[in-house]
Write a protein that binds this ligand. Structure first.
Ligand SMILES: [Zn+2]
Ligand SMILES: [Zn+2]
Length: 286
């Protein structure tokens, strides 16, 4: 179900013509605690996993079963380009900590599948749960509501613009009451668009030499107020403008997958669509 969100309160490219051409379509996932099934898109939910394929385990000593993190069916995310012959994307990770270029983070794996093939094979009935984990990287089961939106760059501001636009952003905020970063950029779990970096960008290059494309971001933070909070999560009553409304207390506890991911960071997945095997890479920041 697509969520309805308030429009951007100002026309970004009218006020900031330098950003013309830099809008990107992203699909915001809006994970909410729930009970998704194996045939549902989800974050942290059960996976449509083939019976004849062993459940992934981590090779590190003392670590064992990996956990479901993302499952997306093509039907739910029309903007996501699936490799030919596939319509199901799955990400699992080992929820223990692994040294990744001096950061300590979960160890992910990514799979593209044909859902009909998996169903024809039969499903793995009872995937193992990990006996060792770090709660920072153990998601609770969430339904998702993939919602397309237009966003503009935050950390990925075009070269030379971040310095010159700072003053303009302040003028716009003084005149409209809205921060460019709050209403035109997003840090939340999403597919495509700009990565939800919380630190300076670190785009991976593919072995073929090309910079990889952003596939999706899983971030510790999800909007609980402001422009990106869907209308039907808004607290009732009150007379605050939609861009300043807080979440209904009844829904607030259900927002997000519950992972702190270190100090409220994120894991960002990238793919190369030029190489035949669709190689992937990930980055972590916090
Ligand atoms: Zn591990
Ligand atoms: Zn490549």
């Amino acid at each position: 179900m697509v969520r309805s969100i308030p429009p951007c309160p100002f026309a970004v490219e009218e006020l900031i013509p330098e950003l013309a051409g830099h809008a990107r379509t992203t699909t915001l996932l809006y994970p909410r605690a729930g009970s998704p099934g194996v045939r549902d898109s989800s974050v942290g939910g059960p996976l449509l996993w083939p019976a004849d394929e062993p459940w992934p385990v981590c090779p590190d000593a003392g670590h064992d079963a990996m956990v479901p993190v993302v499952q997306l069916f093509a039907r739910d995310v029309p903007e996501l380009l699936f490799p030919a012959g596939t319509d199901l994307l799955q990400i699992v990770w080992c929820p223990c900590l692994h040294d990744d270029r001096d950061e300590w983070v979960a160890l992910p794996r990514l799979y593209w599948r044909d859902a009909a093939d998996v169903s024809a094979t039969g499903l793995l009935a009872d995937p193992p749960r990990p006996s060792a984990y770090d709660e920072d990287f153990l998601p609770r089961p969430c339904t998702v509501s993939p919602t397309p939106a237009l966003e503009y760059p935050n950390w990925d501001m075009p070269e030379g613009l971040s310095g010159t636009l700072g003053e303009r952003f302040e003028e716009i905020e003084a005149a409209t009451g809205h921060s460019y970063y709050d209403v035109a950029t997003t840090i939340q779990s999403k597919v495509g668009g700009y990565p939800g970096w919380t630190q300076p960008p670190d785009w991976p290059d593919c072995a073929c030499g090309r910079r990889m494309d952003h596939l999706l971001s899983i971030t510790a933070t999800e909007p609980a107020h402001g422009r990106w909070l869907p209308y039907d999560d808004h607290a009732a009553g009150g007379d605050r403008p939609v861009w300043l409304t807080d979440a209904d207390p009844a829904v607030e506890d259900g927002i997000g997958h519950g992972m702190d991911m270190g100090d409220l960071g994120g894991i960002y997945f990238f793919v190369c669509r030029h190489c035949p095997e669709t190689p992937y890479a990930y980055r972590y920041d916090c």
